[in-house]
Design a protein around this ligand. Structure first.
Ligand SMILES: Nc1ncnc2c1ncn2[C@@H]1O[C@H](COP(=O)(O)OP(=O)(O)O)[C@@H](O)[C@H]1O
Ligand SMILES: Cc1ncc(COP(=O)(O)OP(=O)(O)O)c(N)n1
Length: 270
C-alpha cells in the first residue's frame, strides 16, 4: 500500500467555496495530499462579502481535533480563521498534546471586504500561545502590521517585521506582498537569510481566498516532506497559476482556480 501524506486544516468554512476550509481542502487534493478539517466557525459568505459569522463552541473544535489525533494523525497542519482567544488556546494545547510538527499559521484577521474574522483581543493569544509552535507564519501586510506594530511601506520594513515575528518563536516567516502595487514579492525569513519570491501581479478582481490557498499549498508540501524554502516556491507557483487562469464565479471578488496548477503541469508533461 502507498503511504499517503496527510494534512489537517483548522479554520472557518466559507459557504461560497473560495476561502477557508473549502480552499484548503481543494488545494490539498490538487497537490495529492489527504485533507482533513476541524471547523472553527461557519461563515455565510460569497463573492460580495461576508453576510454572517457563526463560531462553533470550543468543545466542538476540541473534539474534532481529538477525533483526528486519536486515530488518523497528520503530517502537517494549517490554521486559518480561529476567531477567539479561547479557540486559539485549545488549538495550541492540542498541537502540543499530539506533538504535531509542520504547523503553518495563516493569521487570518480581516476578510478583503472588511469583515472581522478574529476578535481584536485574540491577537495577544495568537502571539503568545500559537506563534511559538509555528513552523511557518504567512501574514499579509496588514496582518504583519497588526502583529508587530510596525508600519510597512518598503521591503526594509517587512524585513524588520519578519525579524520581530521570528523573535516570538516562529521558525519561518513569510510576509506576502499581495497588498501593494507593481511586481509581487513574497518575503521568507528563516532567522538567518531572506529569500524573495517574485512574480507578475495579475490585474484581476478575482483574488478571494489567495491567502488561504497559498498557506494550504505550503502545508501540503510540508506534509510530503519538502523543506520550507521549496514548499513556499511550490505554493507561489500554485497561487500564480490559480490567479492567472481565471474562472467566473459570482458577481463580486471571485475565487481563484484551484485546478490550474495541475492542468499546467499536465500540459508540460504531454
Ligand atoms: N494579483 C495577484 N497576482 C498574482 N498573485 C497574487 C495576486 N494577489 C495575491 N497574490 C499572491 O497570493 C498570495 C496571497 O497574497 P496576499 O493578497 O498578500 O494575502 P491575503 O490573501 O492573505 O490577503 C501571495 O502569495 C501573493 O503573492
Ligand atoms: C472562512 C474564511 N477564512 C479566511 C478568509 C480570508 O481569506 P483570504 O485568503 O485572506 O482571502 P480574502 O477573503 O481576504 O479574499 C475568509 N474570507 N473566510
Amino acid at each position: 500500500m502507498n503511504k499517503i501524506a496527510k494534512a489537517l486544516t483548522i479554520a472557518g468554512s466559507d459557504s461560497g467555496g473560495g476561502a477557508g476550509i473549502l480552499a484548503d481542502i481543494k488545494t490539498f487534493q490538487e497537490l495529492e495530499v489527504f485533507g482533513m478539517s476541524a471547523i472553527t466557525a461557519i461563515t455565510a459568505q460569497n463573492t460580495l462579502g461576508v453576510q454572517g459569522v457563526y463560531p462553533l463552541s470550543v468543545e466542538a473544535v476540541q473534539q474534532q481535533i481529538k477525533s483526528i489525533g486519536e486515530d488518523i494523525g497528520t503530517d502537517a497542519l494549517k490554521t486559518g480563521m480561529l476567531f477567539s482567544s479561547e479557540i486559539i488556546q485549545v488549538v495550541a494545547e492540542q498541537i502540543k498534546h499530539y506533538q504535531w510538527r509542520n504547523v503553518v499559521v495563516d493569521p487570518v484577521m480581516i476578510a478583503k471586504g472588511g469583515a472581522s474574522l478574529l476578535q481584536r483581543e485574540a491577537i495577544e493569544a495568537l502571539k503568545k500561545d500559537l506563534l511559538p509552535l509555528a513552523t511557518v507564519i504567512t501574514p499579509n501586510i496588514p496582518e504583519a502590521e497588526l502583529l508587530t506594530g510596525i508600519t510597512i511601506k518598503r521591503l526594509a520594513d517587512r524585513q524588520k517585521a519578519a525579524q520581530y515575528l521570528w523573535d516570538l518563536g516562529v521558525a519561518h516567516v513569510v510576509i506576502k506582498g499581495g497588498h501593494g502595487e507593481g511586481e509581487l514579492v513574497d518575503l521568507l525569513f528563516d532567522g538567518k537569510e531572506f529569500t524573495e519570491y517574485r512574480s507578475e501581479r495579475i490585474q484581476t478582481k478575482n483574488t478571494h481566498g489567495t491567502g488561504c490557498t497559498f498557506a494550504a499549498a505550503v502545508t501540503a508540501e510540508l506534509a510530503k516532506g519538502r523543506e520550507v524554502k521549496e514548499a513556499v516556491q511550490v505554493a507561489k507557483d500554485f497561487i500564480q497559476a490559480a490567479v492567472e487562469n481565471q474562472i467566473e464565479v459570482g458577481h463580486g471578488h471571485g475565487p481563484t482556480n484551484h485546478w490550474a496548477y495541475r492542468r499546467e503541469k499536465m500540459k508540460k508533461h504531454r
